[in-house]
Design a protein around this ligand. Structure first.
Ligand code: PGA
Length: 244
């Protein structure tokens, strides 16, 4: 596992601080870093730490470009459940990032296929992703790449699995309000990132984390593909590390 640097943090806050420090170091080394970002509950504490670093004038986002992993479809950017909205609230509106350097798939694009193809082109044009942040789903999904997604997939449109709709329903008024589709970077898109930062917190992630790092490399567990990447930081809290 030389390609994977595993850090077991004390708890969620410690994991968040350590993850933010990795991003901090990256941006310090390369002011025009291209960051791949993730939504979900896991990275919220890391974003909080990044905002603090910015507020203390230690971290400058003015040269940074970001690409988010995914977005629901269809969804409006003003919908408070859109990932666009999430990113504004949890990071972007609190730091000095240039709005022109923020890329998130358009949940309102009229042609979803064109939007996916353009997203890949935009990533290429930015020079590729330097550091991609990932959370992990209980079934091993990364982004919205559910089990069965081919490892060679690029940014594409997907139908959400029932289990994902169910698990995300807590954020919507009702399960019926969860969009049925999404646009997501593909597994190949993620794997093309130069470095990956995988975060996991809580005992419920212990099993999938074990399968991700030590299980068979299979499309049945999309996150297992990370074993094939040559530079992965895995920062998890003690609860999530229970089976490692
Ligand atoms: P979570 O979601 O951070 O809310 O646990 C992770 C994911 O499903 O990718």
């Amino acid at each position: 596992m030389n390609n994977i640097k595993l850090v077991v943090a004390k708890d969620y806050n410690d994991m968040s601080e350590k993850a933010a420090k990795i991003i901090f170091d990256h941006v310090k080394n390369k002011a025009d870093s291209v960051l791949g970002l993730a939504t979900g509950s896991t990275p919220v504490g890391m974003y909080r730490n990044l905002i603090e670093m910015h507020t203390n004038s230690k971290l400058d986002f003015s040269g940074v470009t970001t690409f988010n992993l995914d977005e629901y479809y269809p969804i409006s950017r003003t919908n408070d459940q859109s990932y666009y909205y999430f990113m504004q609230e949890n990071l972007f509106k609190h730091v000095n990032i240039n709005p022109h350097n923020i890329y998130i798939p358009h949940g309102e694009a009229s042609d979803i296929e064109t939007e996916c193809a353009n997203y890949e082109k935009q990533i290429d044009k930015a020079g590729g992703i330097d550091l991609q942040v990932l959370g992990i789903g209980l079934n091993g999904h990364i982004g919205f790449n559910e089990p069965g997604t081919p490892f060679h997939s690029l940014t594409h449109a997907i139908e959400l699995h029932e289990s994902t709709i169910h698990s995300n329903a807590r954020f919507f008024e009702s399960k019926a309000d969860v969009p049925k589709r999404a646009i997501t970077m593909g597994i190949k898109t993620v794997m093309l990132s130069r470095t990956i930062l995988l975060l996991a917190s809580g005992e419920k992630k212990a099993d999938i984390l074990f399968r991700t790092l030590f299980g068979e490399i299979t499309t049945d567990v999309p996150s297992s593909v990370l074993q094939l990447h040559n530079s992965v930081f895995v920062i998890v809290d003690r609860e999530a590390a229970k089976r490692l």
